[in-house]
Design a protein around this ligand. Structure first.
Ligand SMILES: *Cc1c(COP(=O)(O)O)cnc(C)c1O
Length: 211
């Protein structure tokens, strides 16, 4: 598909939904890709934020590429100290991690920007809070002055539109309910549904790199 076509599809999805395309940001997911590939397939087209799922891999690429880095995969508590290297953590999935990050933020004198991951598909192997755990979790997070909760994130099960689209809609409803502006949802297979349902960040990898 390539990045220009992904952008076009985002714009068309915005038009269908009556949304301003400037309200949707493309996070280019670069896990498993070399700095050369990233330069050619992504950064040649503009300064897009780059999403990585592993801290170690991200740190290595940070030495080679100037970009805004987002962490989109699970962060182990023993790697929380690296969180300030990322402009946004999409995958805050437990209060224990939040406490570790609060400590890191306090020590570094910064406020870490995070999204709270919600396991809307209730899949046991997936990370994130269950929907019913959100009210208490968000209340606890509000008491942590070095965390700035900007929104919600979800990774739905792989499945047909009838399964996935309602989960995207649900994430938007929950973000609205809790007064959170950002919704990170949608990958290569389903980003157009996500945009139509209110995504403010889409995390697209494969579609940028394969023709
Ligand atoms: C890999 C990954 C993506 C991108 O997936 P593609 O299918 O390559 O578009 C998005 N979000 C998360 C959390 C990922 O791990």
């Amino acid at each position: 598909m390539g990045l220009p076509e992904v952008l076009e599809r985002i714009e068309r999805a915005c038009r269908r939904a009556g949304r301003d395309p400037r309200g949707v940001r493309l996070v280019a997911v670069t896990k498993g890709r070399s700095p050369e590939e990233i330069a050619e397939k992504v950064l040649r087209h503009g300064a897009f934020p780059l999403g990585e799922s592993r801290v170690q891999e991200a740190l290595k690429k940070m030495e080679a590429l100037q970009a805004e880095w987002h962490l989109i995969g699970p962060l182990q508590r023993n790697k929380a100290k690296f969180a300030p290297r990322f402009a946004l953590l999409h995958s805050l999935d437990s209060l224990r991690l939040a406490e570790a990050l609060e400590g890191v933020g306090a020590k570094a004198g910064v406020r870490l920007r995070v999204l709270v991951e919600v396991n809307l598909g209730r899949e046991p192997q997936k990370h994130g809070f269950l929907e019913e755990e959100l009210p208490e979790a968000l209340a606890r997070l509000k008491e942590m002055p070095h965390l700035e909760v900007l929104g919600l994130m979800t990774v739905p099960p792989i499945g047909p539109e009838g399964l996935v689209r309602p989960l995207f809609r649900r994430l938007s409803e929950l973000a609205d309910r809790y007064g959170l502006p950002e919704r990170s949802m949608g990958m290569s297979e389903d980003f157009e549904w996500a945009v139509e349902e209110g995504a403010t960040y889409v995390r697209v990898g494969r579609a940028l790199f394969v023709d």
